[in-house]
Design a protein. Sequence first.
Length: 484
Amino acid sequence: MGSTSAENNGTAGVGRRDLIKRSAALGLISVPTMSFLSACASSGGDDNGNKAKTGEKTAKNPLGVNDTAGMEFVLFDGGFGKEYAQDAVKVYQKNFPKVKVKFTATQKIQSTLQPRFNQGTPPDLIDNSGAEQMDMGVLVGKKQLADLTPLLDAPSYDDPNKKVRDTLRPGIVEMGQFDGDPVWIMYYAYTVYGVWYSQKALDSLDAEYPQTWDQMLAVCEKAKKKGMAGWTYAGKYPYYLPFSLYPMIGKVGGREVLDAIDNLEPNAWKHPAVKACFDAYYELYKKGYILKGTPGIDHIQSQTAWAKGKALFIPNGSWVENESANVIPKDFNLAVSAPTGLDSSDKMPFGTIWASGGEPFVVPAKAKNSEGGMEQLRIMLSEASSKNFTSKVKSLTAFNGGTTGITLTPGLTSGVAALKLAGDNVLNPRLQDWYVQLQKEQIGVAGLGEMMAGRLTPAEAIKKIQGFADAAAKDTSIKHYKHQ
């Protein structure tokens, strides 16, 4: 998701971030349909006869980058901005002074790069995020991506005695896998998803963050009496709701419920934990705890209203601190928590959270200079680049470290604390990686969005979503994935 996802401004795509990186920037753009995405990943063009020759492999150049071949890098221009990537490009250019690097930042990943994939002339490195994110499952299924195993097995940028893979946070390598050992995606950001709020606002209500749903409703009622809505969310892009709803389902019913949903198993959405959590969220609507007008606003508008104190809670990812920096008051005391559960009967403890890699970087199979694309990633996974990213955009990276000596912001401090509380109880739903259209258009917009706007009951939403999932499971035009 990240930044996959909606990590951007309000005028073009969202990512992601990741996840999503994620809600659409142009409120007019919907997520591309599967047929369009399939066209993007069709095998066009000849087999890259002009591919750059591999250079000499040395201790300083373990991937064998051609030191005279150009390298092209296309970045999603979202909530994380582009400065961190430009800084990493400068390191690449310093290391290979004869090389010309073409760097471009855009929010229109899909429409910009679809023709180039079709022609067999894609860039060497892509940050595939935002509302116009290309469908990862389709790209992998159509063999359009390069296996990043050479990068992972190369010496790390800082320590030649450590492979790159040994410097990454737990789960990052596995996230980039779809079937078996090849790793198709390097998720660069490390995103904490959950319920974000102002600790100052919560304190003003003389309340603590609610651990049970009865406590959640009581806090929302307190807020309502003081003229503040309990919740808001990106109404135009309701696939933000799962950032807190999915881990709640996992907390209530166990991680196997989310695995069954990811695996497109029959009746997975009809599990009692799903029904209970849908009922709980619907109660927020029924009791008037959702900010009025929320179904019609986008991620930027909802975050702005929340930052101005019009709503207490918002489901989001850790990119929100950077994306909303210009509207969050200095004394806001930004915090994130794992989702509230139902009660003591939940299968997993309070603190269970969704955290995973975000901001997916890929090297196309037909890139002219794939070694260059991987080397740029190796630089970005250094301690210096990681610290630069964290200090500039208030988010962790896939590099397992990179915070020493940095003064962490309130949101980042809270995110680190949430991860510590979660311990091993970290969930990682894969729908947003495996089935983009199903997750965004169908489950998000047509299902959850309609339910939270009061146009579907929870039972109707579940029936509709299960139908979408069943159709995806039967669709032979898409590749299917399962938890190993």
